[in-house]
Design a protein around this ligand. Sequence first.
Ligand SMILES: Nc1nc2c(c(=O)[nH]1)N[C@H]1C(S)=C(S)[C@@H](COP(=O)(O)O)O[C@H]1N2
Ligand SMILES: [Mo]
Length: 423
Amino acid sequence: MRRQTASARERAYDTGRRRQWLAGEARAEGVSRRRLLTVLSAAGVLAPLLTAPGAHAAPARGTAAPGILKPLPEHLFTVRGTNAETRFEVLRGTGLHTPADRFFVRNHTETPQLDAAEWALRVWGSGLRGGPAEFGIDDLKSFRAYERSALIECAGNGRGLFAEQQGQEVSGTAWRLGAVGSGRWRGARLADVLRAAGVSEHAVDVMPRGLDPAYVDDGVDQGRVRRPLPLAKALEDVLLAYELNGEPLPYDHGHPVRVVVPGWVGISSVKWVGDIEVSDAPLYSPWNTDTYRLFGPSYPPEGSAPLAEQTLKAAFELPWEAQLRVRTEHLLTGRAWSGRGGVDRVEVSTDGGARWRPARLHDRARSAQWVRWSLPWRPERTGDVELLARAHDTAGRVQPERTVFNEQGYLFSAVVRHPVRVA
Ligand SMILES: Nc1nc2c(c(=O)[nH]1)N[C@H]1C(S)=C(S)[C@@H](COP(=O)(O)O)O[C@H]1N2
Ligand SMILES: [Mo]
């Protein structure tokens, strides 16, 4: 119930910020005029002249990921353009947290090799009581350190299943379910840093920006990766993390410092953060206007409110089209997770969805974290089968049979039909 209030709050907030924009109070560098007009038409003042943006070409699938520094052996990763997807089967037996060598990478451009000793975070903007403040890595480490276990999951995780399972074409990287990883993050609380920087009572938005190169999409320079967070979330549980699983952050995951926004879509967790604008007026960037909203026939022309919480998913720790031996007992294992509350029930079907059996859960339900589950299965017949796992979360949600279409293929949440061959 509390969470429903939170999403209602998010909608009200979005409406409020649009009004402020119309009053000339918002800033929106790098947001196309066309997109802003669409967003603003939702405030009811401008007529909805424009439709949602056209589909972008899907990035080509390659065997090397330009710009990723860590090794990407084929048994651990599927490379998709500038990104690398974790093969879910290699999470089997890895524990709650994903080892850095198999943590998925989502890069808009390329990993910059930054030197922690030279790095500094600049906090600036109209939402501060005074001028800008700067924090080096030692300053950041002098704040009380917090450790938080949290998933990072791309909003497009599972996107490939819109086509594969629902026959719907969407734009963007066609991930299966491996654009998610779990980390033990250590760092300073963003709230503490903002307070030290002198955040004022008039601040409404906080926008971290990465130090990786500017993102050019279809020939349009969108500037550096940046996305506003409402101040309420920024003060709640966001970290400026400098460690992953007890080690300094790896280059590809934001070294020396990244933002970690528990439970929210991955784009919120800006890597290689170099500055944070604190604003007394709403901020827009292409990452909360053009993308990371839901567009399509079921949504308003300006799209849904900017995406925040993650959805609900379950996955088998098995290769896609795994070969399993007949008349042998197999221990099916997997993980299930939700951006709202935690997962407290997982059911598995080995007959295409006719009958469901409860899986055993190995972790307690926790927010922004997955649970591991298992179920023994002895297939008696040879042939192709689809295995299904269905998660329920503590907010009362359950995975549906289909996900409502959106053009950019975000927040896939339907029960996945995982193909295996029994031989
Ligand atoms: N600076 C910067 N931050 C970024 C990105 C990026 O390209 N540049 N990608 C975002 C997206 S879309 C996701 S899903 C996560 C991925 O985090 P990971 O690469 O550590 O798994 O980082 C987010 N933060
Ligand atoms: Mo993402």
